[in-house]
Ligand binder design. Structure first.
Ligand code: FES
Length: 135
């Protein structure tokens, strides 16, 4: 049911914990299940030099967050903000359809943390959920 990579990242999740004095913090909840994800970023010269996460979520949420943190570490903010839950799922070898919604939590928490950093820097926030319909 779960790929070897999913099991590996679930059993040995990378980058679990908190960063003291993080430059950006994002917390989101999953409306489908009520689970919670928090992501901490350390940013230097526009590059994510460290990332940690904490979750009150299921095994799939742990595995996808672990992989997502691995994918964004060392990347620029722009590169990191383009990493989607699809890319995370591909890197993990997929998830059962019923668990795909769990992977959205990591993507949203990373986006929220990047936006938190940008807000603190007085920079413009890229709202991925806005399609510009309101003008
Ligand atoms: Fe809630 Fe997976 S069931 S994140």
């Amino acid at each position: 049911m779960y790929s070897e990579k999913v099991m590996d990242h679930f059993s040995n999740p990378r980058n679990v914990g908190e960063i003291e004095n993080a430059d950006g913090i994002g917390q989101v909840g999953n409306p489908k299940c009520g689970d919670i994800m928090k992501v901490y970023l350390k940013i230097e010269n526009d590059i994510i030099v460290d990332v940690k996460f904490k979750t009150f979520g299921c095994g799939a949420a742990v595995a996808t967050s672990s992989m997502a943190t691995e994918l964004i570490k060392g990347k620029t903010l722009e590169e990191a903000s383009k990493i989607t839950n699809k890319a995370v799922l591909e890197a993990l070898g997929g998830l059962p359809p019923a668990k795909v919604h769990c992977s959205v939590l990591a993507e949203e928490a990373v986006t929220a943390a990047i936006n938190d950093y940008r807000r603190k820097q007085g920079l413009e926030i890229e709202n991925q959920l806005c399609d510009g319909c309101c003008g």
